[in-house]
Ligand binder design. Sequence first.
Ligand code: SF4
Ligand code: SF4
Length: 432
Amino acid sequence: MSLSFSGGKHIPGYKHLTQDLPVVTMAAPAEVIIPLSQHTGAVCKTLLKKGDKVKVGTKIGSSDKLISSTVHSSVSGEIKAIADYNHPVLGTSIAVIITSDGKDELDASIKLRGSVSPLGKEELLKIVKESGIVGLGGAAFPTHVKLTPPKSIDTLLINAAECEPYLTCDYRIMIENPNEILKGINLLKKILGVKNIVVGIEDDKLEAISVLRNKIIAKSYSIKVQPLKTKYPQGAEKQLIKAILDREVPAGKLPFEAGVVVINVGTALALYEAVYLGKPLYERIVTVTGKSLRSPANLKVRIGTKFSDLIEFCHGTSTAASKVIMGGPMMGLAQFSTDTPVIKGTSGVLVLSEKEAPDYKEGPCIRCGRCVDICPVGMLPFALSMCAESKMLEQAAQYNPRDCIECGICTYICPARRRILESIRLIKAVAK
Ligand code: SF4
Ligand code: SF4
């Protein structure tokens, strides 16, 4: 039986554009732009300078702050500059710009590990931190911090819902790399010391469910695969926990308060690569798609590759793009330029046509209540939208804007095309 949460809605997926396309490895570009902030937390300090030589996997930035993550070069070559550059989340940010020498030489630190069995929890955590692993679902929270919760937990949930329309990178890795993912999950199990492990997958991803279940049976692993109703935002952490475990995470709190750690399935694969292959996080799978694009694809790309290079690799656009978004269409961020690099949290680059992303005119609220019925956290989205419109930002506090998980389903459902999520983000920013 498929499980779910209250609120939310099944929305068109547009996943057919890429779901059956095997991952293609894109060659390293001539130049990469590697931001020193690709994660939640402190910006890294540069460890090198202009003119220094690097190899694939050379550490180029780190921080002594707890919430931060190490950054590595994704090509071999020379540091051309350390300067501000376009950033897909921050607008602009300090980045290390590296010219590739085309040799793709690996850093001496990258070595296969013969056996991982002797590695204990602390050694594994050190590898996770040194490898720069962050949540690959989009939030990019440093994984070594997530794996050291301040309270004891009893359950590890692997988030493989991939509920955002268009995105299929998680689906592809489940089909193409199930053994590696399951080894990564077993490493997580060892670090967290939990017995209860559940992989949550939406029930329209039947092949992924079947592939993982068969591998689990063949290896006698103690991991459960739980089908979930195909409904947005099924992959939001709190909704996943409610659906699978029927536990509530209190407003403003993190999953460990409910005894759970949630890790994205792509992060489990990155953990496998770091521990077994000695490989830091310098590349990832990105779904590059949208109806403006000639050849949508799932690409394995180096961190720091420009969006414009991805679009060119996909044979450019056949119709003018109305919008370019990093991430999914519901929670992703519209980009002002394609001269912007892939970062660790880039799950997708959407190149949407006018038909897919029309420029709607906002109308007055007709008090239909649809946004209230659909909100997965039981908020009054229309009230927040009206507060923002009337510039009553302080009064908005009574509607608990901080509880909003920014899923955007209220904006999607609104017949008046009100930009509710934009209003809530504004209210939250002002309240900071
Ligand atoms: S869905 Fe739109 S029109 Fe309906 S109550 Fe909410 S804000 Fe108003
Ligand atoms: S108010 Fe926030 S949580 Fe509720 S539907 Fe809108 S974006 Fe999602």
